[in-house]
Design a protein around this ligand. Structure first.
Ligand SMILES: [Zn+2]
Length: 369
């Protein structure tokens, strides 16, 4: 009945969205429209082998100025290839993100699957200059660290996660170790403006989330599901409401919408978060929601009826305070140059012809405009 739940608020900024191939441009625009979202932050994890990940969001920003923010992910080709493929240092990559007109940085270093690919802790010397430069420049970060704790427990891991190989064992990076590494980075660089994705996977432990926010005044949490976040907080919606009101300046709306979703799925995904924040309803994930939200049987969501001033901070003001009231203008020349480099890196890494990478395609499309 409420499957088409929409926000009552105008001007919603979504801090956590994924863009697939540039062929999905129209799909992404339709998703934004149907979900009732004003501006989107495209978080751009790079795949150095294929040249995917960053060029497509840059393309969207180029084509639709004022609508899309881009938080750029790092390229670790040199480290992963053992030095065979050459890339700029991480600090130099940050400089080039700024030159291009990116709005921030997306990190996934700290998700256990990222550690399977490159087992370098964020406290390693490899990251030292990078952290210093990011802190100095005041660039915001959206950072995915960890995963829901069920992912380490074969008996509890949800089917949708298991199918993605998001099940971890003793050989993987462990949850507490990953948190400890983040704490060490934040102690060394207290000025870092970091929004931790997916509520930092602390939704089952609000007292711990409270301690974390109190210890690190420049960090925030985003609301991109992890659907377990909605279930966990719904166990005690009063405590949830209190937390959200107390930390209204530290919570950023996000959906994890992605451009390959069907329109109905996109509405459901954004709708459950709107309804959870705005209504006092008790409800479930609707039938027909996307695979990563799991089936309706998985849990009950209880709305928090948050006040409008809290909603407007979560929906817009907290994000724009750190990333700017509008997306930065793009430097086309710098983007074309960078995409050319990313295409060359992918080619050197995997042998994929540069012209067949998204990086190569975006460089060409933008040069032709
Ligand atoms: Zn995401």
């Amino acid at each position: 009945m409420h499957s088409k739940w929409a926000s009552k608020m105008k001007g919603v900024v979504d801090g956590h969205v994924h863009m697939g191939g540039i062929a999905g441009e129209a799909d992404m625009l339709a998703i934004r429209e149907t979900a009732g979202i004003s501006k989107m932050n495209l978080v751009a994890i790079q795949n150095p082998q294929t040249g995917d990940g960053l060029p497509e969001p840059l393309y969207m920003k180029a084509r639709h100025p004022g609508t899309f923010y881009v938080f750029a992910g790092l390229n670790h080709a040199e480290r992963i290839s053992g030095g065979r493929v050459k890339t700029a240092s991480l600090a130099a990559q940050v400089e080039s993100f700024v030159r291009m007109g990116c709005d921030g940085i997306k990190m996934i270093e700290g998700k256990p699957t990222a550690r399977q690919i490159m087992n370098v802790p964020v406290t390693d010397a490899y990251f030292a200059d990078y952290w210093a430069r990011v802190e100095e420049l005041g660039i915001p970060i959206v950072w995915h660290v960890n995963d829901p704790e069920e992912f380490w427990d074969p008996a509890k891991i949800p089917g949708w996660a298991k199918e993605r190989d998001w099940g971890y064992g003793p050989q993987d990076a462990q949850k507490e170790q990953l948190y400890a590494e983040v704490d060490a980075v934040l102690r060394r660089h207290p000025g870092l403006k970091t929004i931790f994705a997916h509520f930092y996977f602390l939704s089952a432990d609000l007292p711990r989330a409270t301690r974390f926010l109190e210890e690190h005044p420049n960090v925030g949490l985003d609301l991109a599901p992890g659907v377990e976040m909605l279930y966990n907080i719904s166990r005690n919606p009063e405590a949830g409401r209190e937390f959200f009101i107390k930390y209204a300046d530290r919570i950023v709306f996000g959906t994890d919408l992605f451009s390959t979703l069907k329109l109905g799925e996109a509405r459901f995904r954004a709708g459950i978060i709107f309804r959870w924040l705005e209504s006092g309803d008790t409800f479930r994930v609707p039938d027909g929601a996307d695979f990563l939200l799991g089936p309706p049987e998985d849990g009950i969501i209880r709305g928090m009826s948050l006040p409008d001033d809290v909603l407007s901070r979560i929906y817009r003001e907290n994000f724009t305070r750190i990333a700017g009231s509008a997306p930065k203008p793009l430097n086309f020349g710098a983007v074309i140059e960078e995409c050319g480099k990313l295409a060359a890196v992918a080619n050197a890494f995997s042998g994929k012809p540069a012209g067949e990478t998204e990086a190569g395609r975006v460089a060409k499309a933008l040069a032709g405009e």
